[in-house]
Design a protein around this ligand. Structure first.
Ligand code: MLT
Length: 255
């Protein structure tokens, strides 16, 4: 598998997994912050950012394969893992197969449950739309759902950045990720057995994975810390980077 990645800094390794339909540049603020104290890795899922399309069966297991391939390539046994939304689905798929390779888990604006039938149908329709018309229709449908009301009203720069990220995604990469998300299994069964330190982060304006649902997930994980970030939607690391970084800083072990 051919994956475009970035590794900066040194210290305990932390890997950030990006959301749909964005790319690793969504983590720039975290790379800048944490590379001073940690080894920080970000990468693009196949068909997003600078990673080429992949031929394998689409799915979160395929994404977990990408991650294990990267860790093996870099010679890393165990990492702190932070996944946002689709990145969180992939983190849970990875945890199911390689729990011993995760030192701590940060799940942001994501869910452990599988899609409802209705959501699944919508994903297949959007996948067909992306194949027919490219990424452009997703810019209009996704941007207002990804960003919270505060960012939409006050952060035109961020609105533009999110739109650019969506537009740069490969339509087939978008379609494959949608199919992979639609077919992902329910991971709720994993939650009670998670024994590593876990932080759950939710934006209080998140419409895609509402904070109440995130709280339910946090309650199912023994000893998990749950944190709500104010004035943020589905992308709190971009919408409120200082608060987000501070939360991670307090959670991660210092060197
Ligand atoms: C994401 O941000 O990765 C997506 O909104 C996830 C999803 O559509 O379920």
């Amino acid at each position: 598998m051919n994956i475009s990645y970035r590794s900066e800094g040194s210290g305990e390794p932390i890997v950030f997994l990006h959301a749909f339909p964005l790319n690793r540049s969504m983590w720039e603020g975290q790379v800048a912050e944490f590379s001073a104290t940690h080894r920080v890795m970000t990468f693009d899922w196949p068909g997003f950012g600078e990673s080429p399309l992949d031929e394998g069966e689409p799915g979160m297991d395929r994404f977990a394969d990408c991650l294990v391939g990267l860790l093996d390539h870099l010679g890393l046994d165990r990492v702190h893992l932070c996944g946002l939304s689709m990145g969180g689905y992939a983190a849970l798929a990875f945890y199911r197969r390689w729990p011993e390779r995760i030192a701590s888990l940060i799940l942001c604006d994501t869910r452990a449950t599988a899609d409802t039938e209705e959501a699944r149908k919508g994903r297949y329709e959007t996948a067909a739309l992306a194949r027919r018309e490219g990424a452009a229709p997703l810019v209009e449908s996704m941007t207002p759902r990804l960003l919270g009301a505060t960012s939409l009203a006050e952060r035109p720069d961020l609105v533009g950045r999110v739109k650019e990220m969506i537009l740069s995604s490969h339509p087939e990469g978008i379609a494959r990720a949608l199919i992979g998300m639609a077919e992902r299994p329910d991971s709720t069964d994993l939650l009670a057995g998670i024994e590593i330190p876990t932080l759950i982060v939710a934006g209080n304006e998140d419409k895609l994975t509402p904070p109440e649902e995130m709280r339910t997930m946090a309650d199912a994980i023994p000893g998990a810390t749950f944190l709500i970030i104010d004035r943020a939607g589905h992308l709190p690391n971009l919408e409120q980077p200082s608060l987000f970084n501070q939360a991670l800083r307090e959670f991660l072990p210092s060197r």
